[in-house]
Design a protein around this ligand. Structure first.
Ligand SMILES: Cc1cc2nc3c(=O)[nH]c(=O)nc-3n(C[C@H](O)[C@H](O)[C@H](O)COP(=O)(O)OP(=O)(O)OC[C@H]3O[C@@H](n4cnc5c(N)ncnc54)[C@H](O)[C@@H]3O)c2cc1C
Length: 558
């Protein structure tokens, strides 16, 4: 098989088992269409099908397929029938000898043939080009948008399919979603040689499919760094939310060898926010995804390394080095560490919720699922700003949004501007004094049992979509015995470490801990993970920057 690159990736494919005829067809096609189209030539039906499957996985467009009728192994009609499974929209032409016109006429019904061409077609100006011109025109008038980005084929209600989509979205990797039970999804699975039992299947732009990939596999295939380039740094920043990204930007821009290590995708909680309205410099608001994308590019521009899908599970003090250990057992050392691990969503323990998470029940992932719940009734649990923002965002496409809140009103827990926005949207309603006590459904969420806290009465309602925003906790157990934390797991720093003027236990330096320094010199904390922090994007970014300033001070005295 040979191919010639044209100006676009739209292809015309031709298959004929006679090499001289095959070359002649390709030559004639290239002469007239070679500038706008890639002409792909094959000498058997099997080879042409292989080429079509590869092109499908890469997201190439195929406008026209010309097949010779008389070929050994697989004749032209059988080939076109298979080709239709891969590219149903491509126009189909059968090349026949005069004696085979009967077969060609039959093929009009079998493979929905657009045309049959009698061989030889000389001169092509009269017999070939007018036919091909007409077919290309018809193809152009139909829907033929290119799909060069990553494709995800999965089951609608599968938790892992939902997880993969969220991972790609949070890492700003453009992708297109295909349900495995829809024709195009099935075509992609066939092209990838996948049986459809192991899902999701992810097809990156290079066309090599990944079956049920882990986040780490996905990260490396879509071009995200996962391994450190060296084993010693000035700063290891743990966590890629606003605080961590802020620290990485300032650290790298000030010439410090900086690596940021993120467990999942950069952006943290802010990355999941549909619109941050109160961040300085964005009077019209900014989505968490936009802010994250800019911050990550800014960090990379200054030379910070940003690793994703790497979870830190241990931190040790080895003399003046601080050792950061990853979940796979490997480690890196640094002069200093900035803990920017933020907080994670608390999970509700009501029966049924765990089993249905990712299948109608979501924690803080309202953005990825918006399209799926378009035109439907949606429930949001929580009374804080994150729940309010999600309700406003979901109301743009959902039929109705019901906010379920345990308290008697939103006033105590939500910002005034959001309460006003919610009041102005007629499709959002607020159900106060209400808690979810059970969820039902097999493949997908089907019902919720709600309890009215004031009366104790319960009520089971039909529900397909539930988004929970019920507060968050720092996941810092892995820091136990390393740095001092408060009773809820938040990391203590600076003045909060001193009890009645005493330095923290084990502190050996003459000076007191710096403002964001933990109970171990050279280990700092920034953002939501810090005890008494403000829990705002701006303060997290600010603390990230300030921690770097303190790192400089620490390094000067090392
Ligand atoms: C939906 C939503 C909307 C919000 N809207 C606003 C708003 O409009 N305005 C505002 O000011 N604030 C808002 N907030 C709050 C704001 O997003 C947070 O205060 C801010 O993100 C805190 O930043 P952070 O970097 O400290 O932590 P986080 O954003 O929590 O980021 C911490 C990161 O560390 C990673 N991590 C944790 N543990 C590890 C580990 N062991 N190894 C590696 N990585 C790890 C996590 O995966 C995460 O990416 C909102 C929050 C949410 C959830």
């Amino acid at each position: 098989m040979t191919a010639t690159d044209g100006a676009t990736r739209t292809a015309i494919i031709t298959v004929d088992d006679d090499p001289s005829v095959s070359r002649a067809v390709a030559r004639d096609l290239r002469r007239r269409y070679g500038e706008q189209h890639r002409i792909v030539r094959a000498e058997s039906g099997e080879a042409a099908l292989d080429a079509l499957r590869q092109m499908k996985l890469r997201g190439d467009l195929v406008a026209l397929i010309l097949a010779d009728y008389r070929m050994p192994q697989m004749n032209g009609i059988d080939f076109l029938e298979h080709a239709m499974d891969v590219y149903p929209g491509a126009r189909r032409v059968l090349l026949t000898a005069y004696a085979d016109t009967g077969a060609a006429i039959d093929a009009i019904n079998v493979v929905d043939l657009d045309h049959y061409l009698l061989k030889p077609w000389d001169p092509p100006e009269e017999k070939l080009y007018p036919v091909v011109d007409g077919l290309l025109e018809a193809w152009l008038a139909s829907d033929h948008r290119p799909v060069p980005e990553t494709k995800v084929v999965g089951h609608r209600w599968s938790a892992r399919s939902s997880g993969v989509r969220e991972f790609l979205a949070r890492n700003q990797v453009p992708y297109r979603w295909y349900a495995s039970d829809e024709p195009e999804g099935q075509r992609l699975l066939t092209a990838a040689g996948a049986d459809g039992l192991s899902l999701p299947v992810v097809i990156p732009p290079d066309g090599a499919a990944l079956i049920e990939p882990t986040d780490a596999e996905l990260a490396s295939r879509v071009g995200l760094a996962t391994t450190p380039s060296t084993d010693f740094y000035d700063i290891v920043v743990i966590g890629g939310g606003p605080a961590g990204l802020g620290a990485a930007v300032y650290g790298a821009s000030e010439g410090l060898r900086t690596v940021l290590v993120e467990r999942t995708a950069t952006g943290g909680q802010a990355g999941q926010s549909s619109r941050i309205e109160n961040y300085l410099g964005f009077p019209d608001g900014v989505s968490g995804a936009q802010l994250t994308d800019r911050a990550r590019r800014q960090a990379a521009k200054f030379g910070a390394e940003v690793l994703t899908t790497r979870e830190v599970v241990g931190l040790e003090v080895n003399g003046s080095a601080r050792t950061v250990r990853f979940a796979d057992g490997s480690a890196i050392d640094a002069h200093t560490v900035i803990l920017a691990t933020g907080v994670s969503y608390r999970h509700l323990t009501a029966p049924g919720l765990d089993e249905l998470t990712g299948r109608g029940v979501f924690y803080g992932s309202a953005l990825t699922e918006t399209a799926a719940c378009s035109g439907q009734d949606v429930f949001v649990v929580g009374g804080a700003n994150s729940a309010g923002q999600a309700a406003v965002y979901l109301s743009r496409s959902a039929k109705s949004v019901t906010i379920l809140v345990r308290g008697p009103s939103l006033e105590k827990s939500m910002s005034y501007y959001l309460i006003q926005q919610i009041a102005d949207i007629p499709t959002i309603s607020v159900r106060t004094c209400t808690e979810v006590i059970a969820a039902g459904g097999t493949d997908h969420l089907a019902s919720l049992t709600l309890r009215d806290i004031s009366t104790g009465t319960t009520d089971t309602i039909s529900a397909q979509w539930l988004f929970l925003f019920i507060g968050a906790a720092p996941l810092t157990d892995w820091l136990d015995g390393v740095v001092a934390r408060d009773g809820r797991g938040f990391v203590l720093a600076g003045p909060d470490l001193s009890i009645e003027g005493q330095r923290p236990k084990g502190w050996t330096l003459d000076r007191a801990p710096y403002h964001l320094e933990t109970s171990v010199p050279g280990i700092f904390v920034a953002g939501d993970a810090r005890a008494e922090s403000a829990k705002r994007v701006a303060s997290a970014v600010g603390e990230g920057a300030m921690a770097v300033m303190l790192v400089h001070r620490y390094l000067e005295k090392l």
